[in-house]
Design a protein around this ligand. Structure first.
Ligand code: CP
Ligand code: NVA
Length: 305
């Protein structure tokens, strides 16, 4: 594993190892602090879109492991505008030991990886959010003590987060069932990737348009914003299309009574999820956010040491 760009290009074994490593690094941090295994190592962080969790959790992960991070916001380098993506990759990778990038077009993160001399991590693209999904698997594993045989229901948009969660479920033996409005399904090539991996691991990927059917017997209910970054002009239209896809107390009652609720954040309370559910006893949403830092330490340790 040279880069961490999408979960389709990782093996299930590599991802299992990352989860075991994340558990160890989290325990080590809680017991007093991590060993400085990334001393002398700097991560360059390129952001074409805003971020709270990804930015701060990567920076803190680097600091905890004895390294450093440099934030490069949209105004600073003008990725692909002021300078071509390959040239940014060539120059930046001559200064830093790793690059994390949050971009619009997924091709930009692929191009960064192609022209970089150092490992590149996808911190979210329009197609995927693999760091999020790895942290989500860590959260599910901590809650249930196992992964294989569980069922996750994703309710809402077939977006970047849905794509990476679907792939993660396929790798870890979790059945994945998504309910989206018509026209907002996961992209066909990504769906095929998830189905291919799920078959190897003896699980299923199901798609439908009825949230009530998707959540039946689910151990995890997952949702995300109806309007991803870059889709702001579609907000009014999407609000109408997604109205019946809210994760609320009524929907939660239809799942397994021990089910947990997940959301990658930021949440639009009152739209895709109610306050009652988000702040309720079954929510694991804020553990999920914390686990971004622990899961990313495992990625950094794997790629940068
Ligand atoms: N979940 C997530 O990636 O959050 P940010 O957009 O704040 O980084
Ligand atoms: N789907 C959302 C996730 C934000 C972390 C977006 O792309 O904006």
């Amino acid at each position: 594993m040279r880069h961490f760009l999408d979960l389709a290009s990782c093996s299930s074994d590599e991802l299992h190892e990352l989860i075991e490593s994340a558990l160890r690094l989290k325990a080590e941090w809680r017991a007093g602090g991590n060993a400085p295994i990334l001393r002398g190592t700097t991560l360059g962080m390129i952001f074409q879109k805003p971020s709270l969790r990804t930015r701060v959790s990567f920076e803190m992960a680097m600091k905890h492991l004895g390294g450093d991070a440099i934030m490069l916001g949209p105004q600073e380098i003008g990725l692909g505008v002021r300078e071509s993506v390959p040239d940014v990759a060539r120059v930046l990778s001559s200064y830093v030991q790793g690059i994390m990038a949050r971009v619009f077009a997924h091709q930009d993160v692929l191009d960064l990886a192609d022209y970089s001399r150092v490992p590149v991590i996808n911190g979210l693209s329009d197609d995927y959010h693999p760091c999020q999904a790895l942290a989500d698997i860590l959260t599910i594993r901590e809650r249930f003590g196992r992964l294989g045989g569980l069922k996750l229901a994703f309710v809402g948009d077939g977006n970047n987060v849905a794509a990476s969660v679907a792939l993660a479920c396929a790798h870890f033996g979790i059945s994945f069932c998504i309910a989206t409005p018509e026209g907002y399904e996961m992209k066909a090539p990504i769906r095929e990737q998830a189905i291919g991996i799920s078959k190897r691991n003896g699980t299923v990927v199901e798609m439908g348009t009825r949230p009530q059917a998707a959540v039946a017997d689910a151990d995890v209910i997952y949702t995300d914003t109806w309007v991803s970054m870059g889709q702001e002009a579609e907000a009014a239209e999407r609000a109408g299309e997604f109205e019946a896809f809210q994760v609320n107390a009524d929907l939660l009652r239809r799942a397994n009574p021990a089910a947990i609720v997940m959301h990658c954040l930021p949440a639009h309370r009152g739209d895709e999820i109610t306050d009652e559910v988000m702040d309720g006893a079954q929510s694991r949403i804020f553990e999920q956010a914390e686990n971004r830092m622990h899961a990313q330490k495992a990625i950094l340790a794997r790629l940068l040491t």
